[in-house]
Design a protein around this ligand. Structure first.
Ligand SMILES: Nc1nc2c(ncn2[C@@H]2O[C@H](COP(=O)(O)OP(=O)(O)O)[C@@H](O)[C@H]2O)c(=O)[nH]1
Ligand SMILES: [Mg+2]
Length: 332
């Protein structure tokens, strides 16, 4: 479970992953998440071998503030999906931790059925401390899970920071979980996040919260109606109780409808292609920055430019261009 250190003892074989060997998949993920430069080439070769076997899964993103009920929902929803014959991978991104140890334990106790089932696979990943490091490898991990035969992938992330945008950029359907009785501001939800949601799920619609849940549903319906969403799908709001079970079938139907609507319009392929292109540029940015930071020859010049910018004798723009020119070797 040392995703950030990523010391795979032996390289997992693509064949073992494709055969559905869980230990091979776990080792593959550790390799993919490794931040060691020495592991990169091997990780990329493995992913390249898995890539042709990926793409058949339904990709669901789940965001929401801490405590909104994401893990409980994934357990309840996922258990039903498994009962319907699906194989489910749950990838949890934890922006608050730099180690995965704590969060995976917490999540597994909230997902006892899924943690036990042979038909599901739970993996928690630290978001990583680097700029743009949020979920940087989660897309790769998702592809590996698909290649291993999981036909539903749920990517869970706490709805704060940049992680939800990254997740929305890698899934077919993006779900935002909100709880009744707290305004969006209280839940720390930014407008842009609500606007990216394909389905808004109002959780905990049971007991004393049933009434407030109905209000929250109406509020979010009103908010969503202001923008119809892009593409052929019209976003919707559904209240559910993960504890009592109601609303879950309705959500499953909406997920299926979403799939059908996008597929019919040819929009699913187009969406995935656009996401892959966008991901290329995320990776390019990250790779450039990592290359820059790792370049020891440049460090003194960078320090000097930083000092000039801080002193107000050079503009940040001019300094940035000089750094890039040096990185590209276009400067003496
Ligand atoms: N009443 C009620 N409580 C819920 C429901 N779903 C989750 N909770 C509670 O909300 C708290 C946070 O749930 P959790 O799934 O850990 O939230 P997460 O942080 O978003 O993953 C827990 O105490 C759950 O028991 C629900 O459907 N109804
Ligand atoms: Mg959770």
């Amino acid at each position: 479970m040392t995703g950030s250190k990523g010391t795979a003892d032996r390289a997992p074989s693509a064949d073992a992953v494709l055969a559905g060997d869980r230990r091979a998949l776990a080792a593959a993920i550790t390799l993919l998440e490794s931040t060691r430069e020495a592991d990169r080439a091997e990780a990329e070769a493995l992913l390249q071998a898995l890539l042709p076997h990926s793409g058949k899964a339904v990709r669901l993103g789940i965001s929401g503030a801490p405590g909104v009920g994401k893990s409980t929902f994934i357990e309840a929803f996922g258990t039903r999906q498994i009962a319907a014959g699906r194989r489910l991978a749950v990838l949890a991104i934890d922006p608050s931790s730099t180690r995965s140890g704590g969060s995976i334990l917490g999540d597994k106790t909230r997902m006892p059925e899924l943690a036990r089932s042979e038909q599901s696979f739970i993996r928690a990943s630290p978001a990583g401390g680097t700029l743009g490091g949020v979920a940087r490898r989660t897309r790769d991990v998702m592809l590996a899970c698909e290649a291993a035969g999981f036909d539903l992938v749920m990517v869970e992330t706490v709805g704060v920071g940049q992680s939800e945008a990254a997740v929305a950029d890698m899934v077919d359907l993006y779900m935002l979980l909100v709880q009744p009785g707290a305004g969006d501001e209280l839940q720390g939800i930014k407008r842009g996040v609500v606007e990216r949601a394909d389905i808004v799920v109002v959780t905990k619609a049971d007991g004393a919260l049933a009434g407030p849940a109905a209000h929250a549903t109406a509020d979010f319906e009103a908010a969503l109606s202001l923008h119809a969403g892009e593409g052929p799908w019209t976003p919707c709001v559904i209240a559910c109780s993960s504890l009592e079970g109601h609303g879950l079938d309705e959500i499953a139907h909406a997920v299926e409808r979403h799939r059908a609507v996008l597929t019919q319009a040819g929009a699913l392929e187009a969406k995935r292609a656009a996401q892959a292109r966008a991901w290329l540029w995320r990776e390019a940015e990250d790779t450039l920055m990592a290359t820059l930071r790792a370049d020891e020859r440049l460090a003194p010049a960078v320090d000097a430019l930083e000092a000039e910018v801080a002193a107000g004798t050079l503009t940040p723009g001019a300094a940035a261009r000089r750094i890039v020119r040096r990185l590209l070797g276009r400067d003496a």
